[in-house]
Design a protein around this ligand. Structure first.
Ligand code: C2G
Length: 135
């Protein structure tokens, strides 16, 4: 009998896509057989961060979907629905960057929860600042 496929799920905004985003997708995918990414909605970003992302949700979903490590994407519209999203997607492992360390430990009743280290020295906020201050 063939081994059951292991499904990895991760979440993020992935605005102004950069190498830190790609690194976490690659490392997350390496933990299983397929990687499903919940891309946070514009609405959720406005609610949680007070502003819309630079790239609209439809474009962020398409960019993430076309990344080699990614099998499929869906819209994450609420941080509180994580358990439901994980069940719907058949997650075996939830992967989050370690900026979220400890925040999702309660979901270990649904699937395994793994935090991976962030890539140093790159972020969407820094990139936006860099572009703004170019003369
Ligand atoms: N990341 C990383 N290294 C960086 C920047 C980001 O590893 N230098 C990771 C983050 O830890 C996260 C993913 O890339 O796992 C996406 O980052 P963000 O777009 O900043 O995601 P965020 O807005 O924190 O997610 O349920 C979570 C929400 O969707 C929000």
């Amino acid at each position: 009998m063939s081994r059951p496929r292991k499904t990895i799920v991760t979440f993020g905004t992935f605005d102004v896509f950069h190498i830190g985003h790609l690194n976490i997708l690659k490392r997350a995918a390496a933990l299983g057989d397929r990687l499903i990414v919940g891309v946070s909605s514009d609405r959720l970003n406005i609610e949680k961060k007070g502003r819309a992302p630079v790239y609209p949700e439809a474009e962020r979903l398409e960019i993430v979907l076309q990344m080699k490590p990614v099998t499929s994407v869906f819209v994450e519209d609420s941080l509180e629905l994580k358990a439901q999203y994980l069940r719907d997607q058949g997650a075996d492992i939830l992967v989050m960057g370690d900026d979220w360390a400890g925040k999702f430990d309660h979901l270990s009743s649904v699937c395994k929860v793994v935090y991976l280290p962030r890539t140093e020295g790159v972020s969407t906020t820094q990139t936006i600042h860099k572009i703004k201050t170019y003369d």
